[in-house]
Design a protein around this ligand. Structure first.
Ligand SMILES: [Zn+2]
Length: 526
């Protein structure tokens, strides 16, 4: 018998962690010696884990104690961990898995093998320990355990008398290195192909090729983050992104984009570079509606060179100040700031892994463009430079885009920007990703357009900045994309399990899949 268990990602937006267990007919499986009170799993019933993640809303936050995150299910029988992609809600608990005694291989795609130690180093520093030697030991352990598996190649995890298990990774189009996992499991007379979707990407998202449906799936475990929504098509969202950026160009405001470090940041940079390349010298009609309380000229003001140096922008102190219409302002005046050492690091890794980009992106590189390292891009690393940039940009009248984490405003550097900028109507907050219920991001999205407020670090901040959301840079498939993925499987699965998403999204997808694949049992594990 082949069993699928869920140790997370079942309710709400918990971290993802699933298990595939091969139950053997042998009687008398002894309880695990190291964890006698837990379920009677044993080496007689070997299994693998698919992902081992942390709560999504906790990216870069310091909320949880080690006990909350400790592994609370038996692992003695777990022979391998397969990682679908390196978002923290899929890998964040790996250090806890190691601490609990897991000693098997960590199987992941080649790009994920490069990125995994980087993301876990950050997670360890924030949530686990500040002990550098301990961090290094854990990272060494992870590097030693990682087995990079090329896409499309079968890999045998175990091959024993009555049980065997092979896995294969396929491109999921979600973030660089993301994969869905095909598992060929045999236990006695039972033999099944079980597919775990991980997070699937939206088609036509920048940079990565879209996923192709699996050739077979007897059972399918599928994510449902956007199980109840469809994304705008690429042209629409590009147009909307352009409109928000033009607002900043018109009145010298800042566009603040809270974004996950991996995936969305790079997609946005790619898209912004594309806009700058297309509209580069086109003049922006400047507005006279600048809301500067002192009535100052809403066009570019001279930048103090020290502050400009701190955020890496070129000083423009020698430019004459003039009326709003006497000077042209173009897209090339737009400054793009990535204020996150982690996002900067991953942008570099994305740049290094061009062979994994899609054809369109590779064609741009061949044509001499640099989609992820263009002239107007500034990266902020140190905390001091970050504080300087917040202060400077809040006062300046220079059009600027700031990308900073965390993606749901639940912590990280974006919070300082929000505090400084939410109160000014020149500024814009642009959400590009999923905002979980209860996060400040969700509250800004809900109450901002009604002229409300949001609580940050225990204080209320009025929201006068415009609040926008552009779907599709979320790097998650929308409802139609998920349905197309399932529909594309030549022989429909007999069972589909919906995980990873709000209850409403899961129910909506369940209803659609019930109609699409009437012979399948469509479950929401709970
Ligand atoms: Zn993800």
């Amino acid at each position: 018998m082949i069993q699928i268990l869920h140790h997370g990602a079942v309710n709400g937006v918990t971290g993802s962690c699933h298990e595939l267990r091969l139950l053997q007919a042998t009687k008398g499986a002894a309880p695990s010696a190291s964890a006698p009170t837990l379920l009677p799993a044993s080496n007689l019933h070997p299994g693998i884990l698919i992902d081992c993640g942390l709560f999504q809303g906790q990216e870069e936050s310091r909320g949880s104690s080690a006990e909350d995150l400790a592994i609370d299910f038996p692992i003695d029988h777990i022979r391998a961990l397969v990682v679908t992609h390196v978002h923290i809600d899929h890998v964040g608990r790996i250090p806890y898995l190691l601490a609990a005694g897991f000693d098997g291989p960590i199987i992941c795609s080649e790009p994920s093998a490069i990125m995994l130690p980087e993301i876990l180093e950050d997670a360890l520093k924030i949530g686990f320990t500040r002990d550098r030697a301990l961090i290094n030991r854990v990272l060494e352990l992870i590097r030693a355990r990682v087995v990079p598996l090329p896409y499309g190649r079968w890999h045998s995890v175990l091959e024993e008398e009555a049980v065997s298990l092979k896995v294969r990774l396929q491109r999921a189009g979600h973030i660089l290195g993301s994969a869905y996992v095909e598992c060929d499991a045999v236990s006695g007379s039972a033999a099944e192909r079980i597919v775990f979707s991980g997070d699937l990407g939206a088609p036509h998202s920048p940079l990565l090729p879209e996923p192709s449906p699996p050739e077979r799936a007897d059972r399918l475990v599928i994510e449902s983050t956007y199980g109840d929504k469809n994304h705008e098509d690429r042209e629409t969202r590009r147009y909307r992104l352009k409109a928000v950026l033009e607002h900043a160009l018109e009145d010298g405001g800042t566009v603040l984009i809270p974004a996950f470090s991996i995936g969305r940041t790079q997609e946005l940079l790619y898209e912004i570079e594309g806009l700058i390349a297309e509209f580069g010298d086109k003049e922006i009609p400047q507005a006279t509606k600048g809301s500067d309380p002192k009535g100052a000229d809403p066009t570019l003001l001279p930048a103090p060179s020290s502050k400009a140096g701190a955020i890496g922008v070129s000083p423009q102190g020698d430019r004459p100040r003039s009326g709003p219409r006497s000077k042209s302002l173009t897209w090339s005046n737009l400054e793009i700031v990535v204020d996150s050492p982690l996002a900067a690091e991953f942008t570099k890794i994305y740049r290094d892994l061009k062979p994994f980009w899609d054809e369109e992106a590779r064609a741009l590189v061949a044509a001499g463009r640099h989609p992820l390292s263009f002239e107007q891009l500034t990266v902020i690393n140190s905390h001091e430079d970050h504080l300087n940039a917040v202060e400077y940009l809040a006062k300046s009248h220079r059009p600027c885009v700031v990308i900073a984490g965390s993606g749901m405003c639940a912590g990280g550097r974006v919070v300082n920007y929000l505090k400084a900028m939410l109160g000014d109507a020149r500024n814009d907050v642009l959400f590009v990703g999923y905002q979980a219920a209860g996060t400040p991001g969700r509250n800004i999205l809900t109450y901002g357009p009604r002229g409300g407020w949001v609580e940050l670090d225990g204080e209320r901040y009025d929201i006068r900045a415009q609040v926008h959301t552009v779907g599709g840079y979320s790097a998650h498939a929308g409802q139609e994309d998920l349905l197309r993925f399932v529909e594309g499987i030549p022989q429909p699965p007999s069972e589909i399990r919906i995980v990873h998403g709000d209850d409403g999204a899961k129910r909506a997808l369940q209803a659609k899949l019930g109609k699409l694949v009437p012979l399948a049992e469509v479950k929401i594990p709970g």
